[in-house]
Design a protein around this ligand. Structure first.
Ligand SMILES: [Ca+2]
Length: 471
């Protein structure tokens, strides 16, 4: 915008405020929100947070300008498409056992931002049914309403006259189209604060980026994850779905590294797209008054524990990156408070003066910005269908597999990769009983009617088949 236009606009806003008696200044002071949401991006995939292989210069800068939460989690799911409950929890502020996956029972957080005077905009993936897109956002461009797609041929829609247009195949990589749409939105002149939600459909597989993208990772230079296993040690209740057959069994170390190399390349590509959005914001009038949120709907296994997908309750699949920066948020800090992704919008609501829906049950974690000891939760609980239940506290993690009567206990303080199951050793019975008891109480409280420990088990444990004979 030209300088003369800005001056003219400012005078106009001042005159308006005098005439109608509302404080435009107060409105202008409300922070904007740029929400960057990823699909299946593991927590440990940012160079500045400790990944020694990946190149993520733009996310690194964001880490330096904000606060990173090292213990942020999504709570699980009831079907293999964990995107659906994860996004429903995010948008509603409601936990897994109480969330409406179609997001039609209650108002969503973005809808309440709109009612509070925010301009609300979406670009990218929405996996909770089309009616709730229109109920949640006023504006939208380049929306992908589905679970997964080839990103080079993504069918994308816009919101026009309060309706979604027929999807049209994007000539660009979907994530480039989303970034372009967000950039165009950020460049629009406006007097209201905005909520700009950009949901990339990567680095979810297929790990396809444009041929010309220059960053590539040599699979030979990718370290095999510490928790790599040829097989999961037993049937975890979800062994043969689509995600789990993306790699042959037993898992091959080199095939695993190739998959991780492609996944990393996708993350570097997304980092570059995010960089374009952040540069646009930095060069805009909104720069000083915008909260930036970076998070993901889940992680993913990629060969750890013999698994490929995210239909499990290990750290690699539940823990997500979470970074916030902006006015009132400390720079270059890390926080260890235990938080769920459904706590993010309640926190933004607090920072933006938006009350949110009455049905939201998430907890504002902004006190953790200044108090490293602060945590509203002493433990978190997780569920996958009726086949896995887990709990973590400050130090311990317990996973129960009720259908096969298996249990795992990990000391996350010394074993963050969950490679040493203490339930196989003597001396941990009390710890297992304590956490199982707590898990049962929490699950009952959460509205869960499934058991967390079975005796006797429903069926025999899984025995991995012998490796194929080499000719
Ligand atoms: Ca996902």
């Amino acid at each position: 915008m030209h300088r003369a236009s800005i001056v003219f606009l400012a005078i106009g806003m001042w005159l308006c405020s005098c005439i109608v008696g509302v404080s435009v200044d107060a409105n202008a002071a409300r922070p904007n929100v740029l929400f960057l949401f990823m699909d299946d991006q593991q927590a440990n995939t940012i160079a500045a947070l400790g990944n020694g292989v990946l190149k993520t210069p733009n996310l690194d800068r964001l880490v330096g300008e904000g606060i990173s939460f090292d213990r942020a989690y999504m709570q699980g799911g009831f079907n293999p498409a964990t995107c659906v409950p994860s996004r429903a929890m995010l948008m509603s502020g409601r936990p897994l056992f109480r969330v409406d996956e179609r997001l039609m029972d209650d108002k969503t957080w973005p809808a309440t931002f709109g009612e509070a005077g925010y301009q609300t905009f979406i670009s990218g993936k929405w996996h909770n049914g089309e009616p709730s897109i229109l109920a949640s956002f006023q504006q939208g461009k380049r929306i992908f309403s589905g679970g997964m797609t080839n990103p080079m041929r993504a069918p994308l829609s816009d919101i026009v006259d309060g309706k979604l247009t027929q999807p049209a195949v994007s000539p660009q990589h979907a994530c480039t189209a989303f970034a372009d749409a967000a950039i165009a939105f950020l460049k629009q002149p406006r007097t209201e604060p905005f909520l700009c939600y950009v949901a990339f459909d990567g680095p979810h597989d297929p790990h396809i980026v444009p041929q010309e993208f220059p960053i590539r990772y040599n699979p030979a230079s990718i370290p095999l994850p510490a928790a790599f296993m040829p097989h999961h040690p037993w049937d975890n209740g979800e062994m043969n779905i689509r995600d789990e057959v993306l790699l042959a069994k037993p898992r091959d170390p080199n095939a695993t590294k190739r998959m991780i190399a492609d996944y990393y390349r996708y993350i570097s590509f997304l980092d570059n797209e995010i960089g374009r959005i952040l540069e646009t914001l930095a060069n805009s009038e909104a720069a000083a008054n915008t909260i930036i949120v970076f998070a993901s709907d889940s992680g993913v296994a990629l060969g750890r524990h013999g698994l490929v997908g995210k239909q499990n309750l290990y750290e690699h699949s539940l823990r997500v990156p979470l970074i916030l920066s902006g006015p009132g948020i400390p720079k270059g800090k890390r926080a260890s408070a235990l938080v769920y992704t459904y706590d993010i919008y309640p926190t933004l609501g607090q920072l933006c003066g938006v009350d949110g829906p009455d049905s939201s049950l998430g907890i504002d974690f902004s006190p953790a910005f200044d108090d490293p000891q602060w945590s509203a939760r002493n433990h978190l609980v997780f569920a996958y269908k009726n086949v896995q239940r887990a709990i973590r506290d400050d130090r311990w993690k317990l996973i129960q597999y009720p259908n096969v009567n298996q249990v795992q206990l990990f000391d996350l303080s010394s074993d963050p990769e969950e490679t040493n199951n203490l339930a196989d050793q003597t001396g941990y019975t009390d710890q297992i009983d304590r956490l199982t008891q707590k898990l049962s109480e929490e699950m009952k409280e959460a509205g869960n009617r499934e058991r967390v420990r079975a005796a006797p088990p429903n069926r025999r444990g899984f025995r991995p088949p012998p490796p194929p004979r080499r000719p």
